[in-house]
Design a protein around this ligand. Sequence first.
Ligand code: FAD
Ligand code: FES
Ligand code: FES
Length: 488
Amino acid sequence: MIEFFLNGQRQRVATEPETSVLELLRGPLARHGTKEGCASGDCGACTVAIASPEDGQQSLTYRTANACITPAHQLQGAHLITVEGLARGDALHPAQSSMVACHGSQCGFCTPGIVMSLFVMHEQQRSAPGMPLDDHRLEAALGGNLCRCTGYRPIRDAALSMSEHADTRPPWADDPTLERAVRELSPTVASEGQSGYLTPTTLAELTAAMQRHPEARLVAGATDLWLEATQRLEPFEMLIDLRQVRELRQIEETADGWWIGAAVSYREWEPLLVEHYPAFAHLLTRLGSAQIRNRGTVGGNIANASPIGDTPPVLLTLDARLRLAGPQGMRELPLASFFLDYKKTALEPGECVAAIYLPKPQANFEQRVWKLSKRREDDISTLLGAFRWRRKDGVLSDVRVAYGGMAAIPLRVEAVEAALEGRKPDQATFRTARQALHDSLTPMSDARGSRDYRLTAAVNLLERWRLTLVDTGSNDPAQEVILDAYAH
Ligand SMILES: Cc1cc2nc3c(=O)[nH]c(=O)nc-3n(C[C@H](O)[C@H](O)[C@H](O)COP(=O)(O)OP(=O)(O)OC[C@H]3O[C@@H](n4cnc5c(N)ncnc54)[C@H](O)[C@@H]3O)c2cc1C
Ligand code: FES
Ligand code: FES
């Protein structure tokens, strides 16, 4: 049984381990406004808004999620808003009236999802009215919503004109007791185990649960795991949810860096990265969509061990470390020792990733991260190159070069690092580095790119990097701007 609020109404329902929020809505709860397009988190037709007290915000904050890949049990203790919960009788919410006024809908299939993304944007605008609604925010808010027939200009116009419409508040917003009632719900699931999912709250409980249930699958944001349910139709016998485990949700600062809990979401990583690692932060704007970044975790990205996961190559260049927790306690290892072979990691049975150590940048630190994918928003990498170095008196040091999508695992290319370390970034040095890269990697061909494409592009990223290091002697930043314009 899970307990949560839906559009202001308290709900108590039974769910199976693999029930998604979308199935719950369109099945037992008979709310058919939320649509299913792809069932894989790609199209955004199923977008809903969820506010969870464990988010740590002072007041409930609504965030978009793909209902098709959000486990229903993760609604426990939350407030779920669907497209049915916005209008007040015939008076539409501004997210809806602006879509009507701007002709932002044709077949209407994507519309509920787009309206929910606009609703969340509108809520953000209410809480921070001074924040400009620029292209970056619009793209971030709507990048996870596809529309096949209207075209995006009317939808964009609707987003920009919400403030011109009557600020109709949803009926549930009138209830002064609602927020307290949501917060009073237990964040963990009652009748643990019988329902097929466990929600431990401490690391000790988590490791004990993993020992009791070796068959159980761990779940954090579910943005990878849930595709097994929706695409491969594989049932889960038992799930152990990591999102309530206190130690996995913390960010602990040390003198030299930060230990970041494995269940900290991308959205929660963002402020730290914006301040200290802007190139890494920029990558997050290209990782999935807002819906994915609101729920997905770096711990899941690492544990999933996909060769095209975006964060591992960047973290490899930053000499990140991992804490693994298991029945014998905690052990530490460099991230570089974690990936063993395709989807094989150093995790022993009963172990999980507990935290990721992100060192603080040192003096003269520089970094570049370039992701190549077919689409700019909401697409997985064909390949990703991450470069980090220091430069003193024109000489490169502490060079790290790592790629995703170029082998069975994300990996550092030490031959390239050796070719550049202690040298000036001139043409001859980089020619040697490019050759070293060419000789070191044999990527595979797949639907995202052929072996030749990947190799050529990876080698060309080294040349792009060199060009950014060239001091042209002119004040014209155009060259760098042109490079960055394609640096997606
Ligand atoms: C539409 C869409 C777009 C995406 N775009 C991108 C993208 O651009 N770049 C990218 O890299 N990825 C992308 N992904 C993949 C996914 O979002 C990321 O890999 C994400 O980081 C997974 O984190 P999660 O918390 O959702 O993991 P989950 O799905 O909860 O778990 C993933 C796997 O890791 C295991 N696991 C999770 N946490 C731990 C832990 N702490 N210890 C041990 N095992 C654990 C789970 O058992 C599961 O096997 C996308 C996915 C979707 C659906
Ligand atoms: S149905 Fe396409 S994202 Fe959920
Ligand atoms: S209105 Fe038809 S898909 Fe968007």
